[in-house]
Design a protein around this ligand. Structure first.
Ligand code: ADP
Length: 546
């Protein structure tokens, strides 16, 4: 009996304990479920589970929010109702593949756009990942899905803003190219006729002085047009350097000789000093752009100096793996107040408005110099004392080049002048008149045509030594005409063709050359350069100087 009582007691205790244990486990499970459902309800992604039949078994709060269905409406329904009709077949195939792949979870439609469908039928872009879990021997698939509508809208807006910005840059460049073309064309005839008149012996006295002023003003205006074009190219990163051997001392001499007449007229001395070993030195660099920088500094020095003079000093400083050449332009001019120094080298910046009224200028020169020198990997700077003068300097790293061949200038000077027969294709009357006069004055024979089609016919009828071809012409433009001429048989198809055009951007010039032209002369035409180009292009091949 005692034994029975004890057994009953022990059994009751065991039952009581296992009840407590069950209760404890039940509580744990409840807490875990509450945690899970809490997570599911606050998750900011849709979480949807389906069974092996692809029927929805779980649909969280965020899923209700983005799909517009209540959980009750969706539970037990095929997953298909949440996707656009066109994806339904694809989805079954995808689940089949996922099943066979044996991976536990993966991103859906990696690198492809997927779309889901709301209750009201609206489709929306989504990102989703899928995972598989085995429960009681049955697979449970859970999809975590994010509505990407806002991100796509933002991305589209960004792409559109970028496209708009690019289009604005393109139209700015086109506008600048067009404006530059339109300004250059009349400038060409003004400077050409001024020069023709200046060459007449009977033009003297006041008239000659006024003509020279017209000519100088057109040169100044050409510089401004060039500066604006250069600056916009530099801003857009479209300006590239072309490297060739050059002599820095010869370059400085050219700049000084270009400035010397203005300096003389203003009674200013102008000189170059350079270490003797630099005199025969040759370096690899973009001499045209270096010349542009030096010329700019020199012309500022002359412009802002009333008494005394200007010196260019060239020195070399050893640098990493090459030489750093330093050009310093010192003047005894008005100088710059320390408070104004920070404005220099910035676009459209002059030290004060009284300067621009008195001396003119656009305030672009130094900004262009700074960008060009930076593009070359160099530095630019200034030291100045008000009332005493300034030294503007720049230094650029340059590699030495092999010694320059024979001085091409001297060789060409020795070459005898040969009159050539030239075909000039130009539709603008004034340009045609001035070019013909210049070429004939130099001793060449000129035939003129007014459009590209007439140029092709003339080139077919007669073998010219050279064709000077405007680009924008009626009926057939210069490029199309060149392509046709290049198809003519024999020597007529090989005639040198030089573009003479107000289109001066490097990609435009590259277009002329790739159409089969041999050279380019920009408008306003530098007439000496044109005559030199005629000589160069018509020189017999064996006589060519590299
Ligand atoms: P600008 O076309 O107006 O000359 P720059 O960029 O070449 O434009 O020069 C900007 C300003 O810097 C000038 O307007 C002038 O005030 C000042 N400046 C440049 N060079 C000198 C100099 N050698 N002496 C005094 N001031 C100078």
């Amino acid at each position: 009996m005692i034994l029975l009582i004890m057994l009953t007691f022990v059994t009751a205790r065991v039952i009581n304990l296992s009840d407590q244990e069950r209760h404890r486990r039940h509580e744990l499970l409840r807490a875990s479920e509450a945690r899970l459902s809490g997570i599911l309800s606050i998750a900011a992604d849709a979480i949807i589970s389906v069974d092996s039949q692809q029927r929805v078994t779980l649909f969280n709060t965020w899923a209700e929010k983005i799909f517009g269905y209540s959980t009750g409406e969706v539970l037990g329904q095929p997953l298909d109702i949440l996707m656009p009709r066109r994806f339904r077949g694809k989805h079954d195939k995808y689940i089949g593949e996922f099943e066979r792949s044996n991976v536990a979870a993966r991103r859906m439609a990696d690198r492809q756009e997927i779309f889901a469908r709301r209750k009201d039928g609206e489709e929306f872009p989504a990102e989703a990942s899928i995972s598989k879990l085995m429960l009681d021997g049955q697979p449970v698939y859970t999809v975590v899905l994010r509505d990407m509508t806002e991100q796509r809208v933002a991305a589209t807006a960004l792409i559109r803003a970028k496209d708009l910005a690019e289009a604005a840059t393109r139209s700015k460049s086109e506008f600048l190219a067009n404006m530059s073309h339109e300004i250059r064309t009349p400038l060409n005839s003004i400077s050409g006729f001024a020069q023709l008149l200046l060459e007449k012996r009977d033009v003297a006295g006041e008239l000659r002085v006024q003509l020279r002023k017209i000519k100088d003003s057109t040169a100044a205006l050409t510089t401004i047009v060039n500066d604006i074009l250069d600056y916009s190219k530099l801003e857009e990163g479209r300006l590239s350097l072309s490297l060739a051997p050059f002599s820095p001392v010869a370059l400085a001499r050219t700049c000084v000789s270009m400035m010397s007449s203005i300096a003389n007229r203003r009674d200013l001395s102008i000189a170059i000093t350079a270490a003797p070993w630099l005199a025969g030195g040759s370096y690899l660099g973009d001499s045209q752009r270096l010349q542009q920088v030096l010329l700019n500094l020199l012309s500022n020095a002359v412009k802002f100096t009333n008494y005394g003079g200007v010196t260019v000093k060239i020195t070399d400083v050893p640098g990493d793996g090459g030489t750093v050449l330093r050009f310093a332009v010192s003047d005894t001019g008005i100088g710059i107040e320390p408070a104004h120094m920070h404005r220099l080298f910035q676009r459209f910046s002059q030290v004060d408005s009284s300067i621009s009224r008195k001396y003119g200028g656009t305030g672009l020169g130094l900004a262009i110099c700074k960008r060009l020198v930076t593009l070359m990997g160099g530095q630019i700077g200034v030291e100045s004392t008000p009332g005493q003068g300034s030294t503007f300097w720049f230094s650029v790293p340059l590699e030495p080049a092999a010694a320059l061949a024979a001085d091409s200038e001297k060789v060409s000077r020795r070459r005898a002048f040969v009159p050539r027969s030239i075909l000039l294709a130009e539709d603008v009357d004034l340009n045609r008149e001035v070019a013909t006069a210049m070429l004939e004055r130099a001793g060449h024979r000129v035939d003129v045509v007014l459009d590209g089609d007439a140029a092709v016919k003339a080139a077919e009828a007669k073998l010219y030594d050279l064709i000077l071809m405007d680009i924008q012409m009626p009926i057939l433009d210069g490029i199309a005409a060149t392509k046709k001429i290049r198809q003519l048989p024999g020597a007529k198809g090989l005639v040198p063709i030089v573009a003479m055009s107000a289109s001066v951007l490097s990609d435009e010039i590259a277009g002329f050359l790739s159409a089969g032209m041999n050279g380019h002369i920009g408008k306003p035409v530098d007439w000496d350069a044109l005559l030199a180009e005629v000589q160069r292009q018509t020189r017999p091949k064996h006589d060519a100087v590299a």
